[in-house]
Ligand binder design. Structure first.
Ligand code: ADP
Ligand code: MG
Length: 731
């Protein structure tokens, strides 16, 4: 099962996007991020610090500045990973960074524009080109799935009922690691098909964005491609290798320090950022190496990425940055996480002959269908024994011939039966009864024949559909694969490889330089020695200052995040106390106890669940069936009530209409408006004394006769209008 059990570290590359228009116009000129492409270094300037403060430098496997092309990043940093996936490794690429820094651009890009195609569409090209160019003894099966994690719920983006269905669950198996059991997976036979799958998923995601603000930037998406490859091994048997590629576009990391966010919004924000901070904790725990416990179970995202971080996978992390000085803190945090992630060690291995390989199932099914088809042909041949032809068993892959022969055979048989029927009809010596019987028999035979043909056709169609899902190497499924292009790609690959090597050597040299500097130094005079040592002291002092600043930074960050957490905790505690208050005061204790007794905590899902009222096994014994209501009634009704109802409207049985409203249609009392000012007190008096004999509906209307509101002129008009309108309405 396992091969190549060596460990390798997570590859981390950093990409900085260009300044956008808004940043150019609002912030101070120039970015705060500088990049040394040759050395793979990012130099970050603190816009608030004095010029004398040393700048922060981080080294990565590769860096891409604002002028970098999508293709550069793909060729140099992603291509080797996809090649590994095609060889049967698990691979993960994830984009991490502040919101709006180009994660989606890097992963997805504008896939219609060849220049701007991101990692995902480029990976499609790569995979299918590789298949079309591989040897013809290889068989491939490519599947794609697409999911998102929104508010800690996993949702299938390819499910047509997306959003309305229950959230999906996670499972873990020693064979295939952490997986989502009920996830839709589509078999893809070409680039076009897999692009279609991506589009369907993206649309499902976009719908959410219109319903809910900021949805798209707040859900993590994972595009999963499984490539299964079967190839005959040296032992003559077919071996299957399964490579899984996870393409992850994370939601933007945002600082929670937005004071004023309260209640539901805060809870939502807390949940959204939970997975990102959990990811940060996992990275820290793994990079640290000392703490035995890695908190994968803290969020869905970290569980899904469990294999990619510290497990059986090759992983590339693309950290994205914005160059604007406003976002210095976030950029620094991203760089710190990225820097830490470099230390994570993975143990990738080739997944050879796993039990759950779908390709094997497909091959078995195809073999079974072929055997059935051959069997049918054999049966026919047996029937046709007249010619005494020898049966040729070697019919592999000749389903078309089989089909053709079957058609010919059916035609011949039909003709023969027709002729026989004709002969029977024309036979004058036969009795009418006998004729009828023979004709009926022939009809039946023809029916059987047609049925048989239909069954064969169905079988052939199924067989063809099954087989078409498997891609065979060497067949030209791509239109544009010519030699020249192949050469070009190889050259590009070579160049990328060379750049990578060069950078590694440069980085190593830089490190060695520092170490060996003192060994090489020989001093001719004391004076020289003092000078050299002073220089060194200065250098080391600068380094010390750097590290001190770093410690201060980290401390500040911890204090900040602690304050945020405390604030969140306070809010949540307040919310909790409020809920307790409601429970204590408004829910009867026995009801509360009933509910409490039914609750159990599900550690797998990390939430409380209700136990069913009755244990599942004894359900049928204990639960009485609910009586069904008779047609026409709203609910089951007893015999007694039915009789009572039939007897007349006794008040006691008026269950269906307790409110017995007989509306009083008399017009409301209104006041004449064209009265003089002096008359007003009188009028008011008469209003107050107006008799309200009927206490019901009319009394409740008395608010409209509030004497104070009559004084203003505008209300006069409206009331006058009312006066004319009401009698009409009452009729
Ligand atoms: P995120 O997914 O990180 O929130 P987006 O990928 O949506 O960010 O990028 C935000 C904007 O910046 C988009 O309009 C995108 O086109 C642009 N952008 C990001 N990276 C680059 C880049 N390297 N070159 C040009 N434009 C970019
Ligand atoms: Mg995005």
């Amino acid at each position: 099962m396992s091969k190549n059990k060596s460990s390798e570290s997570v590859k981390v590359v950093v990409r900085c996007r260009p300044l956008n228009h808004k940043e150019e116009s609002s912030g101070p000129a120039g970015g705060i991020v500088q990049m040394d492409l040759r050395l793979g270094q990012v130099i970050l300037r603190n816009p608030r610090a004095p010029v004398s403060e040393p700048q922060k430098t981080f080294t990565f496997d590769a860096v891409y500045d604002a002028n970098s092309k999508q293709r550069d990043l793909y060729e140099e940093s992603v291509r080797p990973l996809i090649d590994s996936v095609l060889a049967g490794f698990n691979g993960t690429i994830f984009a991490y960074g502040q919101t709006g820094t180009g994660k989606t651009y890097t992963m997805q890009g504008a896939w219609m524009d060849p220049e701007k195609r991101g990692v995902i569409p480029n990976a499609f090209d790569h995979i299918f080109t590789h298949i079309s160019r591989s040897q013809s003894d290889k068989q491939y099966l490519v599947r794609a799935s697409y999911l998102e994690i929104y508010r800690e719920e996993i949702r299938d983006l390819l499910d047509p009922k997306h959003g309305n269905t229950r959230a999906l669950e996670l499972r873990e198996s020693p064979e295939s690691g952490v997986y989502v059991p009920d996830l839709t997976s589509c078999v893809c036979k070409s680039i076009k098909e897999i692009e279609e799958v991506m589009n369907i998923g993206n649309q499902a995601r976009a719908v959410g964005a219109t319903d809910m603000n900021e949805h798209s930037s707040r859900s993590h998406t994972l595009f999963l491609i499984t490539v299964e490859c079967s190839q005959p091994g040296p032992d003559g048997r077919k071996h299957i290798r399964v490579g899984r590629l996870n393409l992850v576009d994370l939601a933007g990391s945002e600082r929670q320090a937005k004071t004023g966010v309260q209640g539901e919004r805060l809870k939502e924000a807390a949940k959204i950022n939970l997975s990102l901070s959990a990811l940060g904790n996992v990275i820290s725990a793994l990079a640290d190496g000392r703490s035995g416990h890695v908190p994968y179970r803290d969020s869905k995202l970290t569980r899904l990425l469990q294999d990619s971080l510290g497990g059986n996978a090759k992983t590339v992390m693309v950290a994205t940055l914005g160059p604007a000085s406003q976002h210095y803190d976030e950029t620094l945090t991203t760089l710190r996480y990225a820097n830490r992630a470099k230390n994570i060690q993975n143990q990738p291995r080739v997944n050879e002959d796993p039990k759950d390989a779908l390709l094997r199932e497909f091959q078995r099914e195809i073999a079974r269908l072929r055997a059935q088809l051959n069997h049918r042909k054999w049966r026919k041949q047996k029937k046709e024994q007249v010619e005494g032809e020898s049966w040729d068993e070697d019919t592999e892959g000749e389903e078309e011939i089989v089909e053709k022969e079957a058609e010919d055979y059916v035609k011949l048989e039909e003709q023969r039966l027709e002729m026989e029927k004709e002969a029977i009809r024309e036979d004058q010596f036969m009795l009418a009864e006998e004729k009828q019987r023979l004709l009926g028999e022939k009809e039946r035979m023809m029916g059987d024949l047609r049925k048989e043909q239909e069954a064969t056709e169905q079988l052939t169609a199924k067989y063809k559909a099954m087989e078409s899902k498997l891609l065979v190497g060497g067949k030209n499924i791509m239109d544009h694969t010519n030699e020249q292009q192949k050469m070009l790609e190889m050259k590009r690959q070579e160049i990328a490889e060379q750049t990578r090597n060069e950078r590694e050597i440069q980085q190593q040299m830089l490190m060695q330089d520092e170490e060996t500097l003192e060994l090489r130094e020989t001093f001719t005079s004391l004076q020289q020695e003092v000078e050299a040592k002073t220089k060194k002291l200065k250098k080391l002092y600068a380094k010390l200052q750097c590290i001190k600043a770093e410690i201060q930074d980290v401390n500040d960050e911890h204090v900040r995040s602690r304050q945020e957490l405390e604030q969140t905790q306070n809010e949540l505690t307040r919310e909790l106390k409020f809920k307790y208050l409601i429970i204590e005061n408004f829910i009867p204790p026995e009801e509360k106890n009933k509910i409490m007794n039914r609750l159990t905590f599900d550690p797998e899902e990390d939430q409380w669940r209700f136990q069913p009222l009755v244990p599942a096994e004894s359900k049928s014994l204990q639960m009485k069936k609910r009586p069904t209501s008779a047609v026409g009634y709203k609910r089951p009704i007893s015999q007694y009530a039915r009789v009572a109802m039939a007897m007349g409207p006794q008040s006691r049985y008026r269950a269906e209409n307790i409110m017995f409203l007989e509306l009083d249609m008399t017009p409301p009392t209104v006041i004449s408006m064209d009265r003089s000012k002096e008359a007003e007190p009188n009028q008011t008096k008469s209003l107050d004394n107006s008799p309200t004999k009927d206490a019901g509906v009319r009394k409740s209307r008395s608010w409209s006769q509030n004497p104070k509101s009559i004084t203003s002129s505008s209300s006069n008009v409206s009331l006058a209008a009312c006066q004319t309108a009401t009698p009409m309405a009452a009729q």
